[in-house]
Design a protein around this ligand. Structure first.
Ligand code: CUA
Length: 147
């Protein structure tokens, strides 16, 4: 080993120590945690489905590790949903498989879309953004009943 290799190794070790110290310092002494930030607290305090009329619904949905709330949405065929989506921890995905709907659930932000369900059936919702160890179990469903 020549003296340049040694210098690079010492420098690398020093930098890694600084990064590790900064990480541990921020984690423990400043109590930095996964942020919880849900906007429009009134609407999202309790995730819910609001019936506007027989064929129009507003859904205020919150994604979190590792579920969607509300987890099951039941509506009659022909209905339109205005979906407002946010997250209370990390970034999640909201993919309605049979409808080709892809939304991101972002903490601090609201994703919005309008979806019409003309055909009865069960539409699976899956999280398609890796969000931790329970990611693959994170799913919900939209049940569209016959008129
Ligand atoms: Cu939530 Cu993956």
């Amino acid at each position: 080993m020549n003296k340049y290799e040694l210098r690079v190794m010492v420098l690398t070790g020093g930098l890694l120590s600084i990064f590790l110290f900064a990480l541990l310092y921020n984690t423990f002494s400043r109590k930095i945690d996964v942020p919880t930030c849900v906007p429009y607290t009134g609407a999202f305090k309790k995730p819910h489905i609001k019936k506007v009329d027989n064929l129009t619904y507003e859904v205020y949905s919150v994604a979190h590790m590792w579920a969607f709330e509300p987890n099951e949405i039941t509506i009659p065929a022909g209905s339109t949903i205005d979906l407002y989506l946010t997250s209370s921890d990390v970034v999640h995905g909201y993919n309605i498989v049979l409808k080709g709907i892809n939304l991101m659930a972002v903490p601090g932000g609201v994703s919005k879309t309008k979806i019409t369900f003309n055909d009865a059936g069960i539409y699976r919702v899956v999280c398609h953004e890796y969000c931790g160890s329970g990611h693959q179990y994170m799913m919900g469903k939209i049940i569209v009943t016959d008129k």
